[in-house]
Design a protein around this ligand. Structure first.
Ligand SMILES: O=C[C@H](O)[C@H](O)[C@H](O)COP(=O)(O)O
Length: 223
């Protein structure tokens, strides 16, 4: 990743800080962009109550900064969830899970009132699907799920050697022409053995902060 891309990720992460309210539990995603956000959040660690985290990686970084990380089951209210994306379209629909954290990310996104996506402009797309779509599967179902995905028109590739934080495996699905993201999200999740997939279409971002060379664009999708 070039230094310039890192500057853009940092700019998006900094812009997300305006959505963080004192005294709240902050939902924290996963990835290189979110790592910049965690570093920013650390500057306000005494103002917030703490965080809920979507991965072991983010939990480790949060704790290293002295930010308390709560079990999601002990938290009733997550006003804001900050996370990155592998692709995002104009409707705030995303492909996520390049780092394999999709399931916990989707759970916190479901709980949160507002999803703020932070990304550099390389993630902005017209149609989703160039980035291989990650699907988390129960290990014993890998071959079956792969065959079912082929029937849906995708080319699944097992991310060999990688295990998710939940002890499962990932199939990265290539060559999907995603014309109906919400339908495909359901179709994939309906395959027995799929834990979830990286399409965030039914619950997309409410706000996208897209960093470009000339500044951070705010794309408000809902609310
Ligand atoms: O599993 C990983 C997450 O979905 C990330 O949010 C996504 O891959 C984007 O990561 P990055 O900010 O490193 O591009």
């Amino acid at each position: 990743m070039s230094g310039n891309a890192d500057l853009l990720k940092k700019a998006a992460a900094e812009a997300a800080m305006q959505y963080i309210e004192n005294g709240t539990v902050v939902g924290v995603g996963t990835g290189s962009t979110v790592n910049f956000f965690i570093d920013e959040l650390a500057k306000r660690k005494d103002d917030i109550e703490g965080a809920v985290s979507s991965s072991e990686e983010s939990t480790k970084r949060l704790k290293a900064h002295g930010i308390e990380v709560f079990d999601l089951n002990s938290v009733a209210d997550v006003p804001v969830y900050i996370d990155g994306a592998d692709e995002i379209n104009e409707h705030g629909q995303m492909i996520k899970g390049g780092g394999g954290a999709l399931t916990r990310e989707k759970i916190i996104a479901a709980v949160a009132d507002k999803f703020i996506c932070v990304a550099d402009d390389s993630k902005r797309v017209g149609r989703l699907g160039s980035f291989p779509l990650p699907v988390e599967v129960i290990p014993m179902a890998r071959s079956y799920v792969a065959r079912e995905i082929v029937k849906l028109g995708g080319d699944p590739v097992w991310r060999q050697g990688f295990t998710t934080d939940n002890g499962n495996w990932i199939l990265d699905v290539h060559n999907l022409d995603i014309m109906k993201p919400m339908e495909l999200e359901s179709d994939l999740n309906n395959i027995v053995g799929v834990v979830t997939n990286g399409l965030f279409a039914q619950r997309g971002a409410d706000v996208a902060l897209i960093a470009r060379e000339d500044g951070v664009e705010t794309l408000k999708v809902a609310g």
